[in-house]
Design a protein around this ligand. Structure first.
Ligand SMILES: [Fe+2]
Length: 182
């Protein structure tokens, strides 16, 4: 059987992540993948869950991500560079600065269908989608996301909270309850 579009993508992303300049190589791979955006979106639509880790090693983690405009994921850090390519819909990054032990809202960055955006290792963001349809994206991290201890941040106080799936789900919000989206 022929490898699927996602299997092909993973193979190329792995080589890009292992090369001398992974940041540039991963970005150009993602930019190139936009030319196949319909097929990429369809493959992401077929994934069994909204967020699926499709590959991870010490150089990169590749996730398929579907976000919905009626749910906002809580503020969190990654501790590594991430590259985001949106193939359908619009993904919204609610970006924060860390000020001592608090969070300060910096700005919202809408990643439009067909765009590629990178966030540095210090980035803290909350995430949702904008518009009538979910956003369909690939997120590639320059490292192993499941091997680092990272934090969520309280919506109100900005204080660090242990990143567990239970905490993550308890902190999901409706967009109307997120001040940064009003
Ligand atoms: Fe994130």
């Amino acid at each position: 059987m022929e490898p699927s579009i996602l299997e092909n993508f993973v193979e190329r992303a792995c080589s890009a992540a292992a090369c001398e300049n992974p940041t540039a190589a991963l970005r150009s791979l993602l930019e190139e993948s936009i030319s196949d955006k319909t097929a990429m979106a369809e493959a992401i639509a077929r994934q069994p869950d909204d967020e699926v880790l499709i590959f991870e090693n010490e150089t990169c983690s590749i996730w398929t991500c579907r976000y919905h405009s009626d749910v906002v994921l809580p503020p969190h850090e990654h501790l590594m560079t991430v590259h985001i390519a949106v193939y359908r819909g619009n993904e919204v990054e609610i970006l924060y600065h860390r000020d001592a032990d608090r969070l300060r809202h910096a700005k919202n960055r809408v990643v439009l269908e067909g765009e590629v955006v990178s966030l540095g290792p210090d980035a803290v963001h909350a995430v949702t989608a904008e518009g009538d349809m979910p956003s369909y994206a690939i997120h590639i991290y320059e490292g192993a996301t499941t091997q680092v201890t990272r934090s969520l941040f309280d919506w109100t106080s900005g204080g660090e909270i242990e990143f567990t799936m239970a905490n993550f789900h308890a902190m999901l919000r409706k967009p109307t309850d997120v001040e940064e989206l009003q």
